[in-house]
Design a protein around this ligand. Structure first.
Ligand SMILES: Cc1cc2c(cc1C)[n+](S(=O)(=O)[O-])c1c(=O)[nH]c(=O)nc-1n2C[C@H](O)[C@H](O)[C@H](O)COP(=O)(O)O
Length: 483
C-alpha cells in the first residue's frame, strides 16, 4: 500500500521509448518502492526533490542522474519495500506545458537521420527536440561561453598547405592510443549524465564505439553504472576511465582499483575542475529537481544546476604531490585531462605520467581559457626542441566538429582528439543510429580530406601541411542574450 504522505521512492524498472525520433512512453513494467525517510537529510540533491515525488512515480527524474546500482549500493536492504504495480501509482500531475507540446510537435516533424550531413546538423536537431533541462546541461559553457565558442573557431584560424601528385589511392587513418589500436584518431570523451539525452545513456555510446572500433572514456558522473558500461563492451573493446578525484581518497582508490581490475586501459585524471564552472544555461533550467551522484554525501546547493549538484565530492586540494600516490595504486597509464599551458606539460613529463589532454573541459570551466588546439601549437615546438615529443602522448579536445579539425590537430602533433557534445546530440536525437551515422560521417570526411591534403596515413601528417599564423588572434563574439 502506498502511503502518499511517506517519502517513499517509487521507481519503475524501465520505460520504453521508440527511438526513430517518435517518442512514446510504453507500458510500465512492475516497479519497486523504497523507504527513504531517514535518508532525506543526507540526500546530496537535498530533501525537496524526494518530497516532491513522495509516493509517486519518480522514475523519469531519477534515472538520468543515478546509476542503477545506487540504491542497492547505498540504501539499507530493510528500506527496500518490495515490488509495486506502477499502474496503481499516482503519476506526477504534469500541468499543461505549452513548451512541451511544442517540443513534441517538433519531434514529430524532425528531419530524418539521412538528412544529417555533418556533426553540426545533430546539434541543430538536438536543440529542437531535446528536453530543455537536458539541452541546457549538454550545451552550456561557463560564464559568457567565450571559450566554448573559441574551441570551435580556433580551428578556423588554421589553414591547409596541401601536397599534390601524391598517390593517395589507399588511405589508412588508423592509429594507436596508449599502445592500443584504434580505427580512427578520435575517441568518445567523458561527458556526464548520458541518460539525460537517451534512456540507454553511456551504454549506447559503448555500442557505437565498438561498431567503429574507437575508444570510449567512461565518465565518473555517468548515468549508467561503471560495471554496466564495462559489461556492454564486446571482445577486446578498449575503454578508459575518467576520474574526478574524491576528497575521500579511499573512495577514489576503490574506483581506480576496480577500473583496473575490470580492464580499463587508461586513467584520465581530470585536473581542470577543482570546482565545476558556472554554467548559466544549466542553472537557468533550474535543475532544482536534480538528485545527485551519491559520492558527495553532503547537502549540495542544487540551485546551481545539475553540474554543481552532482560534483560536491570533487577535491579542490588535488595537486602535483598526489601523482606519485596514483602511480603507486595503479599500473594503468595515467593521463592528466585538462592541461592548459606548456609549463604543465613539461611538469607532466618530469612527473612521469603517460599523457595529457590539452583541454578546457569543452568551455565549461574557466572562461577565456585558450582552445586545446592553440595550446597544442604552443606545446609541440617546445617538446620537439627538448627531444621529448615521444616521451608523452598529447591529446586535445574541444570544438572538434569536422575531420579537418582532427587532421589539423594531428598535423600539429596530437596523438588523437576527444569528441563530446556531437555524440551526445546524435544520441539524444536519433539514438544509436544517430551516433553510428555521426561516426561514419567523420570516417568519410577523414578519407576525403586525407586524400585532398595529400597524405595516405596519419604518420605523414606534419606541421608543414598547415599555416597557423592566425591562431593566436582572439576575436571574441559578444555573447548572445540568453534570457
Ligand atoms: C559536453 C560535456 C562535457 C563534459 C561533461 C558533460 C558534458 C555534457 N562533464 S561534466 O558534466 O562534469 O562537465 C565532464 C565530466 O564529467 N568529466 C570530464 O572530465 N569532462 C567533462 N566534460 C568535458 C568533456 O570531457 C570534453 O572536454 C568536452 O566535451 C570537449 O568538448 P566538445 O564537447 O566541444 O567536444
Amino acid at each position: 500500500v502506498i502511503d502518499h504522505s511517506l517519502p517513499q521512492l517509487l521507481l519503475s524498472d524501465y520505460y520504453s521509448r521508440d527511438y526513430q525520433g517518435a517518442f512514446q512512453i510504453g507500458a510500465h513494467l512492475p516497479g519497486k518502492a523504497y523507504d527513504v525517510t531517514e535518508f532525506l537529510p543526507e540526500h546530496p540533491g537535498g530533501p525537496k526533490i524526494i518530497l516532491k515525488y513522495a509516493g509517486k512515480d519518480a522514475t523519469e527524474e531519477y534515472d538520468p542522474i543515478h546509476p542503477p546500482d545506487t540504491l542497492d549500493k547505498y540504501l539499507d536492504k530493510s528500506k527496500h519495500l518490495g515490488e509495486v504495480d506502477m499502474g496503481t501509482v499516482k503519476k506526477e500531475q504534469k500541468e499543461h506545458d505549452p513548451d512541451e507540446e511544442a517540443r513534441q510537435d517538433r519531434i514529430a516533424r524532425m528531419p530524418i537521420l539521412e538528412q544529417c550531413y555533418n556533426l553540426m546538423d545533430f546539434e541543430s536537431v538536438a536543440r529542437q527536440v531535446m528536453k530543455k533541462t537536458a539541452w541546457a546541461y549538454y550545451s552550456s559553457g561557463a560564464d559568457d561561453e567565450i571559450t566554448m565558442r573559441e574551441n570551435h573557431t580556433a580551428f578556423h584560424k588554421i589553414w591547409f598547405r596541401p601536397r599534390i601528385l601524391v598517390d593517395v589511392e589507399k588511405v589508412d587513418f588508423s592509429t594507436t592510443m596508449l599502445g592500443t589500436k584504434t580505427d580512427m584518431p578520435f575517441y568518445v570523451t567523458a561527458t556526464a549524465l548520458g541518460k539525460l539525452g537517451h534512456h540507454e545513456g553511456e551504454v549506447l555510446l559503448t555500442k557505437a564505439a565498438k561498431k567503429h572500433n574507437v575508444i570510449q572514456m567512461i565518465p565518473t558522473l555517468a548515468s549508467c553504472s561503471f560495471d554496466e558500461i564495462m559489461d556492454a563492451a564486446e571482445g577486446d573493446q578498449v575503454q578508459w576511465m575518467q576520474l574526478y578525484v574524491n576528497k575521500d581518497r579511499s573512495i577514489t582508490k576503490k574506483i581506480v582499483e576496480h577500473a583496473e581490475k575490470r580492464g580499463c586501459k587508461g586513467l584520465f585524471i581530470t585536473v581542470d575542475a577543482p570546482q565545476l564552472g558556472r554554467r548559466e544555461k544549466d542553472m537557468r533550467s533550474k535543475f532544482t529537481d536534480v538528485g545527485s551522484n551519491v559520492q558527495s554525501g553532503s547537502t549540495t546547493d542544487n540551485s546551481q544546476g545539475a553540474a554543481r549538484a552532482i560534483s560536491s565530492f570533487i577535491d579542490p586540494a588535488l595537486s602535483w604531490k598526489d601523482i606519485p600516490w596514483f602511480q603507486s595504486i595503479t599500473k594503468m597509464p595515467i593521463i592528466l585531462k585538462g592541461v592548459q599551458r606548456v609549463e604543465d606539460v613539461i611538469r607532466a613529463v618530469e612527473t612521469g605520467v603517460q599523457g595529457v589532454v590539452l583541454s578546457n573541459h569543452g568551455g565549461r570551466q574557466l572562461d577565456f581559457a585558450r582552445s586545446g588546439v592553440e595550446v597544442l601549437a604552443e606545446v609541440m615546438p617546445v617538446l620537439r626542441e627538448r627531444g621529448w615529443e615521444d616521451r608523452i602522448e598529447i591529446y586535445i579536445d574541444g570544438g572538434v566538429r569536422r575531420a579537418t579539425d582532427i587532421i589539423k590537430a594531428l598535423c600539429l602533433g596530437a596523438k588523437g582528439v576527444g569528441i563530446g557534445r556531437p555524440f551526445l546530440y546524435a544520441m539524444s536525437s536519433y539514438g544509436l543510429p544517430g551516433v553510428d551515422r555521426a561516426m561514419q560521417l567523420l570516417k568519410d570526411e577523414m578519407e576525403m580530406n586525407m586524400r585532398l591534403i595529400g597524405c595516405s596515413s596519419v604518420e605523414q601528417l606534419n606541421p608543414t601541411l598547415i599555416d597557423t599564423r592566425g591562431l593566436n588572434m582572439h576575436t571574441t563574439s559578444v555573447p548572445v542574450d540568453n534570457l
